[in-house]
Design a binder for this molecule. Sequence first.
Ligand SMILES: CC(C)(COP(=O)(O)OP(=O)(O)OC[C@H]1O[C@@H](n2cnc3c(N)ncnc32)[C@H](O)[C@@H]1OP(=O)(O)O)[C@@H](O)C(=O)NCCC(=O)NCCS
Length: 228
Amino acid sequence: MPLRLETITTERLVIRGFRPGDEADRQLLIHEAFELNESLEDARRWVNWAFESDNFHDLMAQPAYGDYAVVRRDTGELVGSVGLVPTMIPWGVFPEFRPANTPAHTFTTPEYGLFWAVRTHARGRGYATEAAKAFIQKYVCGVLNAARVVAMTEFENKKSQRVMEKLGMRLYRNPQPDPFWFQVVGVLDNPLVRIMALKARSKAENLADLRKILDQVPSVPPEDYDAL
Ligand SMILES: CC(C)(COP(=O)(O)OP(=O)(O)OC[C@H]1O[C@@H](n2cnc3c(N)ncnc32)[C@H](O)[C@@H]1OP(=O)(O)O)[C@@H](O)C(=O)NCCC(=O)NCCS
């Protein structure tokens, strides 16, 4: 089964693989988003690697982890990036994620982690949220069939936390000092997983009622309802 991301189109944006020609845009994006001074040659090597990695992920039948270009449909301008990173999460720092009466711990498990970045002049227009929402719906849930997706950021990155909230994620703040790099995580369960549990619990026969609930959750691709 091909796990590669096909181009996704939203109301205002196109999400597609990075490709040769994107080097200068990628260089500017990374500079503005993370204050990194990559050279154009660094950006060229990265773009080639991202372009080729899709082919190798395909060969290995593995999920196409990586960043994707976010392009405005009206102007063709590359304004940002959204993607997936294998994110290590020490769930045991949160009391809700470990058995009662057990101590906090920092063992990690990998999760599907979201990445997003938008060029400075294009921020505040909802591009990160629009791109991430479609990416979750169409790719992370729609193709990878992920049970859940997470996003990780620092305490002070309020913009990223706001994007998480707008996506419907539950936010958790690490109450421990360690690991120092683990500060805020947003979690979004695949609503199909929740609805299956609900269905089993309530023995509900009435799918229409369940669909009404699903309609309130932003990340459910309606075409998947029938797979329940
Ligand atoms: C985080 C980032 C991708 C958001 O991109 P964006 O396209 O501006 O995001 P959106 O417009 O979809 O949403 C941003 C939200 O943050 C809000 N926001 C902006 N500044 C804020 C602040 N200081 N505190 C709280 N919320 C803030 C905006 O008002 C908006 O929410 P609203 O729609 O309710 O008004 C962008 O700021 C960025 O590239 N930052 C640098 C890279 C980065 O931090 N990436 C995340 C790594 S974890």
